[in-house]
Structure formats: structure tokens, C-alpha cells
Design a protein around this ligand. Structure first.
Ligand code: SF4
Ligand code: SF4
Length: 123
């Protein structure tokens, strides 16, 4: 069977770095989290497709960051139903631990997505 190639349009900050090759150090380009949520992001976003609700743009570093690690309280409040928002501090603590394990923080890029900028010919 031939591999299926699909395409998807994502909106990304123009200052974001180009995506590195799979296995190279992560540079926070954001392509992975803006294209689909990881398992933790699916829980936080309440969806399986599209940009993760927890991804955050850091304009100082010009990098995308995981909000589960960097902005746990706000991400928890966003993910919880209004009647359960009092659980946000405990959830933020849990997120900071889970995120480090699930995202393999500090490791190489694990995405093999190919990026095509607007106006670029198809690969
Ligand atoms: S893991 Fe790869 S695609 Fe995701 S932000 Fe890091 S460099 Fe970009
Ligand atoms: S790494 Fe963080 S921002 Fe990226 S998809 Fe997972 S939960 Fe969302």
C-alpha cells in the first residue's frame, strides 16, 4: 500500500524558526503542537485535531512553548469546566510533572512533518 500524503494549513507566527530535521534539537518552531495535539494536549484541548489549546507563543524568545509546562494555571483554568476551576492549582502541579514525561522535554524533534510555506511549490 502507498503511504497517504495529507496536507493541512496552520497559522504560525512569522518570527517562528523553521522546523529542524527530525532528531535535531527542538527549536520551538511550534509545527507539531499547531498541527495536532499530543495525548496530553488532546485532554487539555478537548479535541484530537487542529492546534493544541495549550500551545503558547513566547515573543521574547520567538519560540512556541508548551503551556502545560510554562503556563499551567491558565491552561488548567481553560481546560476545566467552570464549576471545577477551583481544582486549577492542583491540576497545574500535575501538568508540570506529566508534561515533562509525555513531551520528552529537552530532547530532539520527534516530528517528521514537512513544511511548505505559502507560495512555495509542492514537495
Ligand atoms: S518538536 Fe520539532 S516540530 Fe515540535 S516545536 Fe520542537 S522542533 Fe518544532
Ligand atoms: S506539547 Fe504541550 S502545547 Fe504541545 S501539543 Fe502537547 S500539551 Fe499541547
Amino acid at each position: 500500500m502507498l503511504p497517504v500524503k495529507t496536507s493541512q494549513i496552520i497559522h504560525i507566527q512569522p518570527e517562528a524558526a523553521a522546523k529542524p530535521e527530525r532528531g535535531a534539537p527542538c527549536n520551538g518552531c511550534g509545527i507539531c503542537c499547531l498541527s495536532e495535539p499530543c495525548p496530553l494536549g488532546m485532554l487539555l484541548s478537548h479535541r484530537r485535531v487542529g492546534a493544541c489549546a495549550a500551545v503558547r507563543w513566547d515573543g521574547t524568545m520567538n519560540q512556541y512553548r508548551c503551556g502545560a509546562m510554562m503556563d499551567g494555571m491558565a491552561v488548567s483554568r481553560q481546560a476545566l469546566p467552570s464549576g471545577l476551576r477551583w481544582l486549577a492549582p492542583a491540576m497545574a502541579l500535575l501538568l508540570s510533572r506529566l508534561a515533562r514525561r509525555w513531551i520528552a522535554a529537552g530532547q530532539g524533534c520527534d516530528s517528521d512533518l514537512e513544511v511548505q510555506k505559502p507560495g512555495q511549490p509542492s514537495i
